[in-house]
Ligand binder design. Structure first.
Ligand SMILES: Nc1ncnc2c1ncn2[C@@H]1O[C@H](COP(=O)(O)OP(=O)(O)O)[C@@H](O)[C@H]1O
Ligand SMILES: CC(=O)N[C@@H](CCC(=O)OP(=O)(O)O)C(=O)O
Length: 258
């Protein structure tokens, strides 16, 4: 099987021009087939506030009413995605920006209202792995934003970590697939005040302990849940760390296994 790397970058990297440029250079240098998935939650919150729209997130998930959906469509699908694509083109990577509606790549269903009404938030139902593979085989580099669709004409907001893990799970039938979750820290930390205290390896058992001790919290919980989900669905390797983990010399990051 050929190798495929799925790299996800979060809002803090996108917000910092220097970090973004450094990351994109490392991404461009990465050998083999690759897909980029980006978030941009921070920018969406910023632009929404400029438009007088308050942002509300519960457990890291954005409550997406009709107005917020307009903002995230403009910010993720437009501003952030097209800037990244242009920067990659400048690095001679033939990038193609996509939402889940493009080539019907990621179909989702609007999250049913249970205790909370998340509004226009989509839970991924299926990905079009063979269509995505056609792009890869044609030497295009897909760049996905955090937008999906329901195939009935409705765009939906989907967390970017979830997009990365579902694309990876779908593609793992065709490729030996790894996911790299890049964020601003060196990895999952044992002590949040010590940026060097990277936990090198987490499995299902040690994760339980880390949760109980409160060492892992906030956005890191759904991120690691996503990692286990991906591993259970055929993904070979999952890594969490800063962008330097894309270089061969660096081994200071967290590896997640079942
Ligand atoms: N033990 C931990 N190690 C590292 N980060 C942690 C830990 N526990 C909680 N976090 C939080 O998780 C956040 C990463 O999750 P998230 O904000 O969803 O990332 P992203 O920027 O990729 O969207 C970190 O910024 C940090 O505040
Ligand atoms: C449903 C939901 O919460 N969607 C996310 C999508 C963006 C995202 O995931 O961005 P980061 O990776 O930068 O956090 C949001 O709107 O914030």
């Amino acid at each position: 099987m050929e190798k495929l790397s799925i790299i996800k970058i979060g809002g803090n990297i996108i917000e910092d021009e220097a970090s973004l440029n450094t990351f994109l250079q490392l991404f461009a240098n990465l050998e083999g087939h690759k897909i980029l998935v980006h978030g941009g939650g921070k920018r969406a919150t910023l632009i929404a506030s400029k438009l007088g729209i308050n942002s509300k997130l519960i457990d890291g998930r954005r409550i997406t009413d009709a107005e917020t959906l307009e903002v995230i469509t403009m910010v993720y699908g437009g501003l952030v995605n097209k800037n990244i694509v242009a920067k990659l083109q400048a690095l001679n990577i033939d990038a193609l920006g996509l939402t889940g509606a493009d080539i019907n790549s990621i179909q989702s269903v609007k999250r049913p209202i249970q205790k909370i009404d998340y509004g226009f938030v989509g839970d991924v139902k299926q990905i079009a792995s063979s269509s995505i593979d056609k792009l890869i085989q044609a030497n295009f580099t897909p760049v996905f934003c955090a937008i999906t669709h329901d195939k009935k004409g409705q765009l939906l907001n989907t967390n970017a970590d979830t997009i990365a893990n579902t694309i990876a799970a779908g593609m793992s039938r065709i490729y030996d697939t790894s996911i790299y979750y890049c964020f601003e820290l060196n990895g999952v930390l044992q002590d949040f005040n010590d940026k060097e205290s990277v936990i090198k390896h987490i499995n299902a058992e040690s994760y339980k302990e880390l949760l109980e001790k409160g060492i892992i919290s906030d956005g890191m919980i759904p991120k690691i849940d996503n990692c286990f989900d991906a591993l259970q669905n055929g993904v070979q390797k999952v890594y969490i760390g800063n962008t330097a983990m894309l270089t061969k010399e660096n081994n200071n990051f967290t590896t997640i296994t079942l």
